[in-house]
Design a protein around this ligand. Structure first.
Ligand SMILES: C[S@@+](CC[C@H](N)C(=O)[O-])C[C@H]1O[C@@H](n2cnc3c(N)ncnc32)[C@H](O)[C@@H]1O
Length: 209
């Protein structure tokens, strides 16, 4: 991670999506999303109605994709990840590009037991992108607790899926089914409406709370 150099590049060309794409290559989750980025957020946001506030849980470098999100200029974006240096970078990037909001280090696993933590800030949409499998390695029961504590009209949950040459391989198909079943378990017993969206490398569920 070359935060100082990246901030300099953003400062030189704050409107450049190419610069942001290059930086997003340095984190596996955003790198995998680059080929689908042009359709990913427009497709998701078309399901959400007007969005004025977003909370991005365990965000990694995903806030760099804000220019691809059809958000109004006055929208507020709250970004959290466990890494303080990454959140400092994201906060600096947001200031440089005049995005309203906050970027703060937050350990989701401890925040979950605190109803007043920043991750329960009321928002229109919460992103939980490719994060549940990662957190479950530490706490198997984290998924439903996280979905419960988020105070969002919509929660966008995603899982990574693999494909080979555009056609989903046996392994990719297996991951798709595995995560679809897992998501059904995570929300079982909840009165929430959900919508499933399938992208080449990511399986997305939109929860309407
Ligand atoms: C698979 S990546 C997903 C990143 C981003 N959501 C995306 O889709 O581009 C998982 C992220 O979770 C973060 N993370 C891992 N454990 C965490 C924790 N306990 N609290 C907050 N973030 C955590 C990692 O730093 C990493 O950025």
């Amino acid at each position: 991670m070359h935060y100082a150099r990246w901030l300099e590049q953003i400062k030189q060309a704050p409107q450049s999506r190419e610069v942001l794409r290059e930086i997003m290559r340095h984190h596996a989750s955003t790198r995998e999303r680059l080929p689908i980025l042009d359709s990913f957020y427009p497709t998701i946001f078309s399901e959400l109605g007007e969005v004025h506030s977003v909370l991005d849980v365990a965000c990694g470098l995903n806030p760099l994709a804000i220019p691809w999100m059809p958000l109004p200029k006055d929208a507020t974006y709250h970004a959290f990840d466990i890494y303080a240096d990454m959140m400092q970078f994201i906060g600096d990037y947001m200031r440089l590009t005049h995005i309203h909001g906050t970027a703060a280090p937050c350990d989701v696993l401890s925040a979950i037991s605190n109803q007043r933590s920043a991750i329960s800030t009321p928002v229109d949409v919460a992103f939980v992108l490719k994060t549940i499998p990662c957190l479950e390695q530490v706490d198997k029961a984290i998924g439903p607790k996280l979905l419960d504590i988020l105070d969002a009209r919509f929660i966008v949950v995603s899982f990574p899926i693999q494909s080979l040459g555009g056609k989903r391989s046996g392994r990719g198909r297996g991951m798709l089914e595995h995560y679809a079943n897992h998501f059904a378990d995570l929300i079982s017993g909840k009165p929430w409406r959900t919508k499933r969206l399938e992208f080449e490398s990511e399986l997305v569920f939109i929860i309407r709370k």
